[in-house]
Write a protein that binds this ligand. Structure first.
Ligand code: CA
Ligand code: CA
Length: 109
């Protein structure tokens, strides 16, 4: 690998990967460990970045539940690997939704 390819030559998927990394660090650097998300940082990120998907994330219990589900190594913080699992799971859910929607559209024809 020749390092991160960013800017004009990057493909859409490469840009998406870059954005996931940037988004994570935008929130992880606010307090405590620079490379992990605390409860408050996670909440900030969920509300600002995933508000459309996780509408109820403003609710404290929901944030704690997400944190509990994501924090697989139980250190009270969400690291990048744990974050990417959330994004991956949400993306799979979106794709399922998309496939279902497509199926319905097909049947209408
Ligand atoms: Ca942090
Ligand atoms: Ca963790």
């Amino acid at each position: 690998m020749s390092g991160l390819n960013s800017g004009e030559n990057a493909s859409a998927l490469e840009n998406a990967m870059q954005l996931m990394i940037q988004t994570f660090h935008k929130y992880s650097g606010k307090e405590g460990d620079k490379y992990t998300l605390s409860n408050a940082e996670l909440k900030d990120m969920l509300v600002s970045e995933l508000g459309n998907y996780l509408g109820q994330a403003q609710d404290k219990e929901a944030v704690e539940k997400v944190m509990g589900d994501l924090d697989t190594n139980n250190d009270g913080e969400v690291d990048f690997t744990e974050f990417i699992i959330l994004v991956g799971a949400l993306t799979v859910a979106c794709n399922d939704f998309f496939l279902e929607y497509n199926d319905k559209q097909e049947k209408k024809k």
